[in-house]
Design a protein around this ligand. Structure first.
Ligand code: CP3
Length: 358
């Protein structure tokens, strides 16, 4: 499979955008920056548009999902849009009983963790992804030369929600299941991988110029468990997307010990959370991998001087990698001041490419 000639990356519309240049190890015209969770509750225009509409319903309304994706691009002048959706949206489209509870996260009608339940998991009908494709097309038409990043949840993170039926801190359920019943675990992880791969692929084919796999809860795994029970399914999720040739980021939280293993899943860029300095991440990866990250979200609320000093340190350490996409080390907190984000983007863009920011 290849992308259509009209795809923005193939036609050249986004091929030389700063984000794509940095992700592919070329010199960008300015330092590219975007923020995980840049769309959402930190923006008053988001809260206004979303008022009265359920989270998943808003993701399945192409005009609304597109407008929410565009809001932070207009406001902050970031170098990418991140498609507004959620990692559990394709699970709902496959027919699972899942909702997103405000202030809590994904909640399932019942946990899915028995061999019988795993064997009975539904197939995702390709046409079910049409509202996603439509929202991406609307968004890409508006974004012009600014790339859209598509995303999906990694199989472990999706399976962690399914097995527990709700958010959990230690992910004991899925970690227990992989050892107690490796076959059921593998069936579940493969199912989640196929859903993730299809969701991400639909976004890329409809016009997203890059992708990101979020393994938000991978940090609860030991390296040995990651390699044995999780890496194969993350590789499976990325495989159908990898062949399309777009840059792919692989990101997890608390995954400093897993960076080198995660980097074997088929991604081209590693996302680094705020716990591991970028030069240290570069060393752990053995060099040669473009990096994304990793301003500590806590610093957004710590005053401009502290944020500026921390950002300069992040930019300086990021210079160790062949490409650096500036981002936070996890998502924008809901109480972040949008004006701080706008000022931060302006500051990052003001530091000349290749110059020592200190
Ligand atoms: O701007 C963006 O980053 C794009 C959209 C996006 C959302 N969720 C929107 C959203 C993305 C990329 C996600 C991914 C996602 N969803 C992840 C991986 C990233 C991460 O944060 O680690 C995870 C773990 C989820 C599951 C999920 N969905 C959680 C934990 C929550 C928060 C629950 C809460 O209210 O505290 C959600 C809901 C969600 N997804 C919101 C948004 C904007 C908030 C919903 C609202 O405004 O009511």
């Amino acid at each position: 499979m290849t992308l259509r000639g009209s795809h923005p990356l193939v036609s050249g519309t986004t091929a030389n955008a700063p984000l794509i240049a940095a992700m592919t190890g070329r010199t960008p015209s300015r330092r590219p920056v975007w923020f995980m969770r840049q769309a959402g509750r930190s923006l008053p225009e988001y809260r206004e548009l979303r008022a009265g509409t359920d989270m998943i319903a808003s993701c399945l309304d192409p005009a609304m999902a597109s407008e929410i994706t565009l809001q932070p691009v207009r406001r902050h002048d970031v170098d990418a849009g991140i498609f507004f959706s959620d990692i559990v949206v394709p699970l709902q489209l496959a027919g699972l009983d899942v909702t997103i509870k405000p202030g809590v996260g994904p909640v399932f009608g019942e946990p899915i963790n028995t061999p019988e339940q795993v064997a009975a998991l539904p197939r995702l009908d390709a046409a079910a992804l049409n509202p996603i494709r439509e929202a991406v097309r609307l968004t890409v038409a508006e974004l012009g030369s600014t790339p859209l990043i598509g995303f999906a949840g990694a199989p472990f993170t999706l399976a962690a929600y399914m097995v527990e039926g709700k958010p959990s801190r230690d992910h004991l359920g899925p970690r227990r299941l992989m050892h107690a019943d490796p076959e059921t675990w593998a069936g579940l992880a493969d199912w989640a991988a196929d859903i993730s791969g299809a969701f991400l692929k639909a976004q890329i084919e409809a016009g997203a110029s890059a992708g990101q796999l979020f393994d938000s809860w991978g940090g609860s795994l030991s390296p040995a468990d990651y390699r044995r029970y999780v890496l194969p399914s993350s590789t499976r999720a990325l495989a159908p997307v990898k062949e399309l040739g777009v840059p792919l980021v692989h990101f997890g939280v608390g995954t400093g010990e897993l960076l080198a293993d995660m980097n074997r899943a088929g991604n081209t860029v590693m996302g680094v959370d705020y716990r591991v300095p970028l030069d240290e991440a570069e060393a752990r990866l053995g060099g040669g991998v473009p990096l994304q990250g990793n301003i500590d979200p806590a610093l957004l609320g710590a005053g401009w001087d502290a944020l500026r000093e921390h950002t300069i340190d992040v930019l300086a350490r990021g210079a160790a990698a062949p490409g650096h996409v500036v981002n936070l080390g996890h998502g924008v907190p809901p109480d972040a001041d949008p004006e701080v984000l706008t000022r931060l983007v302006e500051f990052i863009h003001s530091v000349p490419v290749g110059a020592d920011p200190r």
